[in-house]
Design a protein around this ligand. Structure first.
Ligand SMILES: Cc1cc2nc3c(=O)[nH]c(=O)nc-3n(C[C@H](O)[C@H](O)[C@H](O)COP(=O)(O)O)c2cc1C
Length: 352
């Protein structure tokens, strides 16, 4: 019998529907997932993990699967194109325990992945999707999902055939990025096709794509009726978005229409500082757990992508970016952050 998402992942029964942090290669490691959970994400996903790498016990691959109790529940997000290899990787993940579910990547357009027949290449072959998911299904009792797109090109939605393949193979839910492969991560989402899909699906459908604000979340829900919402880019450096969305969806009134030219909401500067430093600390612990002991340089290098997302839109952030080649220590990062926040504080005081 089909289970709803709260039953599948043991989530508290929620109204509004659950909010998920999307898998993002290079971003959704343990620290990012923990912070998203702390600010209202109900479920998170690992970065994309190679099924072949799991089978060969490749240490970098196994590092991507590292998780802790504080970021639970986490779904292991796997990629590959060979049913036997994905089935074996599923068996290993299942045996090692700790994950709330297993997800197949069938939407990544990056050449390195699609060239091997994995990721978005699977969209062209629903028969292969069926064989892969059936093989994975035989090896796990965990919730099994697939994250995919509407099709290869606008006007040619393959998603209805993909849905059938997933349902027949015993998948528990389908995650749909409401764009086509040819769009990459840009362009309009096709909510009308997502809505149509939802009317015929017998398993839960999770909607993703273009949620940058509570208004976008409300709109996707209102126009498609999906069972859960998944946020990707808007959550990087802005984990508060999950609580904002929950709050807005619980209110009787629709949220204010989102104006993309205005950027992100203005966050409290002390709160930005606290979360940014917590994230930096957690990254340091994460690197040590991954066996890296001389951590300062790698820490500063890997944290840069988060740093500028947290400071996005603030007055001193472009100046800090221009100084980047001189920033190699944690002390320099903190000094740069404080200078940026100080400039923003002065600016805010002026416009009050
Ligand atoms: C840096 C980056 C890495 C991503 N990595 C993955 C991935 O590993 N697996 C996947 O299914 N999607 C990946 N995505 C796609 C996102 O999960 C999501 O589907 C897409 O960004 C649309 O959602 P958004 O409009 O909320 O950003 C990635 C996106 C970005 C920007």
């Amino acid at each position: 019998m089909t289970k709803n998402l709260s039953e599948l992942y043991n989530l508290p029964d929620s109204d509004p529907p659950p909010l998920f942090l999307a898998p993002m290669a290079g971003f959704t490691n343990g620290p990012t997932r923990r912070i998203a959970r702390a600010y209202g994400a109900d479920l998170t996903f690992t970065e994309m993990v190679s099924a072949m790498g799991i089978i060969h016990q490749d240490s970098a691959t196994l590092g991507l699967l590292r998780r802790s109790d504080e970021d639970e529940p986490v779904v292991a997000h796997l990629y590959g194109s060979d049913p036997a290899i994905l089935a074996e990787a599923t068996r290993i993940v299942m045996k090692n325990g700790g994950f709330a579910g297993i997800d197949l990547n069938a939407g990544c357009p990056v050449r390195k992945v699609a060239r091997t027949g994995a990721g978005a290449a699977l969209i062209r072959d629903p028969g292969l999707i069926h064989r892969i998911l059936s093989a994975m299904r035989r090896n796990t009792t965990l919730p099994l999902t697939m994250k995919t797109r509407l099709g290869a090109h606008p006007g040619h939605p393959a998603i209805f055939e993909i849905l059938r393949a997933a349902e027949d193979a015993g998948a528990d839910a389908l995650i749909v990025h409401a764009r086509y492969t040819s769009q990459g991560h840009g362009g309009e989402t096709d909510l009308a096709t997502l809505a149509q899909l939802k009317t015929v699906a017998t398993i839960p459908v999770i909607g993703n794509g273009g949620i940058r604000s509570p208004f976008d979340a409300w709109r996707m829900l209102a126009e498609t009726g999906v069972d859960a919402l998944m946020v990707a880019r808007a959550a990087i450096g802005d984990p508060w978005i999950f609580n904002d969305i929950s709050y807005a969806l619980s209110s009787a009134e629709p949220p204010q229409v989102y104006d993309p030219t205005r950027g992100r909401p203005r966050r409290d500067l002390a709160e930005i500082r606290a979360v940014l430093l917590r994230h930096l600390d957690e990254e340091a612990v994460f690197l040590r757990h991954n066996g890296i002991h001389s951590i300062e340089r790698p820490l500063v290098a890997t944290f840069r992508c988060h740093l500028f997302r947290y400071l996005s839109g603030l007055k001193g952030s472009s100046f800090l970016r221009s100084q980047l080649s001189d920033i190699h220590t944690v002390a320099a990062v903190i000094e740069g952050v404080d200078a940026c926040l100080e400039r923003e504080l002065r600016f805010r005081a002026k416009i009050k």
